[in-house]
Design a protein around this ligand. Structure first.
Ligand code: MEV
Length: 441
């Protein structure tokens, strides 16, 4: 239609052609924008090709900071943790919490279980016991016929663990078979989805042959579940209350422990606070999940469901102060992989994993949970001592100074000036403008 900015065959255009169409239709300065978007293309053409292959309609690269948080001691092992995040202060906070706990024994983490789940959803017009009969009678048959898809995983110690029938009163002709999997070091999405689709065919044929066409069966869908309450890791940090100091603002360790524990209890009882509290945990978790080429949306959605597992959304972390000991812990589902997917394909994700010593999935779960806990500790520590804005504003100041293209000297003077002043875009701009006009006169 005339005047519309739509196109058919966009995906067939090459990268330059796609950008050209976009800049000509949606930008005021087509040539400038085209040059700019192309300037982000990787110099290494092979790597750019790999990135292009991750998604459709790729036109450029969206740069994000690749940072590290050193000094993480987890189960007595030292890590320098890669983090990809755009939010000011997150990496600084993780690093500071890592260093704090490094001096107090570090983090301890353990994997509770590694079970992943997939669901076959279907319609069936018989009683549940008819399906149960098929599942029980033919379990060995199903496993044998799925062998071509499972044998590699079985050789690594994984595979199909269990079949479970689920029914829902409110949806009478709807049934579900939930299958549990151990996918070893891979996240396992393709493995699980392939098996589910093959299983659906096997189940349907057995239903027809066993009951001689008496019942109707219809596959609705086959897909893994991102809620993995049995793929869970726990991380904790603990020390005598007396060892918690020194703390910013001159607050005493006993008072800090008391306020901190109360802040956690508030997040356990109030979903409004719990959401922000858990967001802080996912600041840490997501950064490492992204840096290691894992699926942060899967991790987020599973984590939030877990946080609401008893019917109310609650804090994922908990704290106890008992007999003079402070203990702070996090329990979270983390369905991560260290083989397959992007983990080895993405050039930087590969280096992230190398930086972590090429961990297996379980070790990565322990690292990620510890970073989530560290992040949460740093946030709540700031909240109950100095307030969060002090740290944030430091980073905000440097972002504004960068925007204003401040020189090294201006940077130094601004940092000194704003150590006791309120930082806002306007106040920083006024300060820099004043400095520059003084120099002119
Ligand atoms: C900001 O990204 C995260 C915090 O809001 C987390 C929290 O409030 O616990 C600081």
């Amino acid at each position: 239609m005339e005047g519309r900015k739509t196109i058919s065959g966009f995906s067939k255009l090459n990268k330059r052609g796609k950008i050209k169409w976009i800049v000509e239709n949606f930008f005021k300065d087509p040539e400038v924008v085209m040059r700019e978007l192309m300037s982000y293309w990787l110099k290494n053409e092979e790597q750019q090709k790999i990135l292009d292959g991750f998604s459709e309609n790729t036109i450029s690269v969206f740069p994000m900071p690749f940072s590290v948080a050193p000094n993480f001691v987890i189960n007595d092992k030292d890590y320098c943790v890669p983090m990809v995040i755009e939010e000011s202060s997150v990496v600084a906070a993780a690093s500071s919490a890592a260093k704090y706990w490094m001096k107090r024994g570090g983090f301890t983490a353990r994997v509770i279980d590694v079970m992943k789940l997939g669901q076959l959803h279907f319609n069936f017009n018989g009683q549940p016991d008819r399906i149960q009969l098929i599942l029980t009678k033919y379990e060995a048959y199903f496993k044998k016929n799925l062998k071509p898809y499972t044998e590699n995983m079985e050789a690594r110690g994984g595979g199909i663990m269990d079949f479970k029938l689920r029914t829902f009163e409110v949806e009478p002709d709807y049934f579900q078979v939930m299958i549990s999997f151990n996918t070893c070091d891979s996240m396992g999405a393709n493995f699980i989805n392939t098996i589910l689709e093959e299983f659906a065919v096997l189940l349907e044929s057995k239903i027809h042959s066993e009951f001689d066409g008496l019942y109707e069966y219809r596959t609705i869908m086959c897909i893994l579940s991102n809620y993995t309450p049995d793929c869970v890791v726990e991380a904790y940090a603990s020390c005598p209350v007396a060892d918690l100091g020194p703390l910013a603002g001159g607050i005493k360790p006993e008072e800090f422990a008391d306020k901190f524990a109360q802040a956690i209890r508030i997040a356990e009882i109030d979903p409004y606070r719990a959401t922000t509290h858990n967001k802080g945990i996912f600041n840490g978790i997501d950064s490492v999940v992204i840096a290691t080429g894992n699926d942060f949306r899967a991790i987020e959605s599973g984590g939030h469901t877990y946080a609401a597992k008893d019917g109310q959304y609650r804090s994922l972390s908990h704290c106890e102060v008992k007999d003079g000991i402070f203990k702070f812990w996090l329990t979270v589902p983390l369905a991560l992989g260290t083989v397959g997917g992007l983990t080895k394909l993405h050039p930087v994700a590969r280096r992230s994993l190398e930086m972590l010593g090429n961990p297996g999935a379980e070790e990565l779960m322990q690292i990620v949970a510890s970073v989530g806990l560290a992040q949460n500790f740093a946030a709540v520590r700031s909240l109950v001592t100095t307030g969060i804005q002090r740290g944030h504003m430091k980073m905000h100041l440097s972002n504004v100074l960068n925007q204003l293209k401040a020189t090294e000297k201006e940077f130094k003077m601004a940092v000194e000036h704003f150590s006791n002043e309120i930082v806002s875009h306007r106040s920083v701009k006024d300060f820099i403008d004043a400095l520059r006009s003084q120099r002119m006169n």
